[in-house]
Design a protein around this ligand. Sequence first.
Ligand SMILES: Cc1cc2nc3c(=O)[nH]c(=O)nc-3n(C[C@H](O)[C@H](O)[C@H](O)COP(=O)(O)OP(=O)(O)OC[C@H]3O[C@@H](n4cnc5c(N)ncnc54)[C@H](O)[C@@H]3O)c2cc1C
Length: 315
Amino acid sequence: MEEVKCYIPKTLKEALEIKAAHDVIPLAGGSDLMVAHKKTIGLVPEFEKPVMIIRNLSELKGISVNDKGECVIGAGCTAAEIAADERCPWHLRQAASRMGAIGLRNSATVAGNIANASPKGDTPGPLYLLDARVRIASLRGEREEKVSDFIVKFREIDLKQDELITQIIVPLSEDDFDYIFWHKVGTRKANAISKITVSQAIRFADDGKTVADYRLSATATGAMTNRSRNVENLLIGKEICDKTIEDVVNGFDAVISPRAMPEFRREATRRMIRRFLSEAARRPQNKVIDTYDDYHVTGQPEPRECRHKKGACHG
Ligand SMILES: Cc1cc2nc3c(=O)[nH]c(=O)nc-3n(C[C@H](O)[C@H](O)[C@H](O)COP(=O)(O)OP(=O)(O)OC[C@H]3O[C@@H](n4cnc5c(N)ncnc54)[C@H](O)[C@@H]3O)c2cc1C
């Protein structure tokens, strides 16, 4: 039987030393790597390089708030840990709580989700929206980079051979906005890779009408997560009206480039933008604007009921 060469460091320092000396693949939850390297049932996955298991490193764990009020999330925090921790921003909690099903959420890490650099990954949408940064360490020192810069393109990240992601720092939360929105369209409530997911947030100026800040990001709408400050600026400093809504709708439509089912994805995106902005303009009591189901987003029938045993998926 073939063997996988494996390093199991006990500390982050040891992990960085291994990374500096050897060309290894860091394995956190393994939910992407084990699928990508699987062979057939009963056979050991085939890795082209040695693997370094980092899932037990305590330095990559924990969620806290720093002295600037930013949420600091250990790279090795799982989707389940993020979903359950109210110190994590609302948009990120929503995304984490809808990743895969329970078993996956207990192993899939946030750094793995970012490093996978998939346009359908659930956490990059909120992380782009909230200007989150990754902290990266090597024996040479530490550096920080915005998640939206760190993901360079489809399946490519700005990580050097000797580096590891250690933290994700999120400077903004729902408290910075008057109204918030997150909606994932999937074929089921759980274990459904995103067909399209839209995150939005808006803050009004003191006059209650002028938009002081507006943010919009979408996943599964192109080769990478989409966010455009130029499009958001079409609304900032203005009031919400039919014209400014359509400016944003058309501006974002020009930014996204969905390949599969493009008209479905474009129309669902338009509907979610219109819905959020027109509702926010009414200044409802509830901060969260997303009360409707997939049918109203897509114009398509609702997703089929999950075929698994009731309760198994917890979607
Ligand atoms: C059945 C199933 C359902 C899924 N459903 C969803 C879903 O609904 N939504 C979604 O977004 N994803 C989904 N995924 C994808 C996957 O679970 C996520 O991308 C997960 O977050 C990856 O994290 P991990 O810890 O398992 O990463 P791993 O598989 O361990 O690693 C993934 C990549 O990240 C790198 N990496 C990990 N940690 C670090 C670090 N600290 N520093 C540097 N590099 C690092 C690894 O080297 C590797 O390249 C699903 C996967 C499966 C198998």
